[in-house]
Design a protein around this ligand. Structure first.
Ligand code: CAA
Length: 258
């Protein structure tokens, strides 16, 4: 597929996806969703890629869903198209780990896309917000749910009700981002982190991702049981045998991915 709104580059075992609508501060229109869905599907299906990074520009990771696309759309179309549902079924559905590398504005759908990632690395210029209320609407790509789970009710409620932005430092203190790095180092740092993840046994990486996500979907007893079962399943892999043998023999593991 040829992409017009994103750039996709392969860096060894890491796929780097760059949102590329600078004229609209990377606003997420339907074409971006179609292209990102295709890029994630290709990444998930490619046995030589094991982690992805999604980033934007220096000024904006993404300034939201595309307001101009939504402005004149009738409510019945939003409902009949189940507008925004593809973000969950196509992007969040990605089984391999991926990181959002955020510089500049991550607003509305941009903040929501960043929160779909397995974790966020923020440049010191990053600004997060859910300003939809100012447009007479509310988050529609997961913001009210993921932001609340990430930073708690008080901050999520304040941000959704006032539309104010959170800077990178506040976002890190609140638990929204894993780490802050100087803006100039953002891509290198994210790629390096992604390369570390990509060097891990791939099935173990997918299972670790699934396990942490299950903590947001279920009660503790069911989550612990699921964790034990997934752990037990991983013990059947060739990479478990290799990983433990490599530890005992004091050498790096060589992964088969099964
Ligand atoms: N949709 C469409 N176009 C957008 C956009 C968006 N979300 N955000 C910015 N743009 C466009 C602007 O219209 C402008 O285009 P023109 O040059 O053709 O006028 C261009 O990008 C540059 O933007 P600004 O001139 O506004 O840049 P700025 O530096 O003055 O301001 C900003 C930056 C504060 C981020 C401002 O652009 C802004 O407030 N953007 C909208 C943020 C927003 O409300 N996001 C939520 C969208 S709704 C949503 O996301 C719903 C959901 O839950 C999924």
């Amino acid at each position: 597929m040829t992409y017009e709104t994103i750039l996709v580059e392969q860096r060894d075992a890491v796929t780097l996806i760059t949102l590329n609508r600078p004229q609209a501060l990377n606003a997420l229109n339907s074409q971006v969703l179609v292209e990102l869905s295709a890029a994630f599907a290709a990444f998930d299906a490619d046995p030589s890629r094991h982690c992805a990074v999604v980033t934007g520009s220096e000024k904006a990771f993404a300034a939201g869903a595309d307001i101009k696309e939504m402005a004149d759309k009738p409510a019945s179309d939003f409902f009949l198209e189940d507008f925004f549902s593809g973000w969950q079924s196509k992007v969040v559905a990605t089984r391999k780990p991926w990181i959002a590398a955020v510089a500049g504005f991550a607003l509305g759908g941009g903040c929501e896309l960043a929160m779909m990632a397995d974790f966020i690395i923020a440049a010191d210029t990053a600004k997060f917000g859910q300003p939809e209320i100012k447009l007479g609407v509310a988050p529609g790509m997961g913001g009210s749910q993921r932001l609340t789970r990430a930073v708690g009710k008080a901050k999520a409620m304040e941000m959704c009700l006032t539309g104010r932005m959170m800077d990178a430092q506040e976002a890190e203190r609140a638990g929204l981002v894993a780490r802050i790095v100087p803006a100039a180092d953002l891509i290198d740092d994210a790629l390096k982190t992604a390369a570390t993840i990509a060097s891990m046994p791939p099935m173990a990486a997918m299972v670790n991702k699934e396990m942490v996500n299950i903590a947001f979907e279920t009660g503790l007893a069911q989550g612990l049981l699921t964790e034990r079962r997934l752990f037990q399943i991983l013990t059947a892999t060739e990479d478990k045998k290799e990983g433990m043998a490599a530890f005992v023999e004091k050498r790096p593991g060589v992964w088969k991915g099964r």
